[in-house]
Design a protein around this ligand. Sequence first.
Ligand code: DQA
Length: 153
Amino acid sequence: MRKILLIHGPNLNLLGEREPGVYGTDTFETINDEITEHAMALGMHCEVFQSNHEGEIIDQLHLARKKFDGVVINAGAYTHYSYAIRDAIAAIKIPVVEVHLSNIHARDEFRSKSVIAPVCAGQISGFGKYSYLMGIDALAYRWKAEDENEQAE
Ligand code: DQA
């Protein structure tokens, strides 16, 4: 069974009460339950990690390279300026999917730049909590294609 690590960055622990007009009213806990159930329904296991600290997120990315097959990450505001998180993603070989609840390209100018995007497998942005579920789907489709290619060889 493939294992996914979902990483939430800073301030995402306040989902549900934080700027509900932008991020919605679903709580952090209910969103995480939906994500882990969605992964399970697709035959995958998903663990959730959240931190407000850059170094802790980097440590988890390093650990993930041995324990998980892929990562879905919402790096929060670190998305826009953390070269250290970017380098950690570049350093590990497992696929990392970048997700955002809001459409980062339709907000403040500083949010439209993601320094992690070039080293991620892809980016999903603007679908609220469904961005996370789509991140899980993206990994599932990627692995399905890989498995089919292997069988064809
Ligand atoms: C966010 C967008 C970021 O710009 C912001 O700093 C966040 C959340 C999103 O999910 O839309 O914390 O990553």
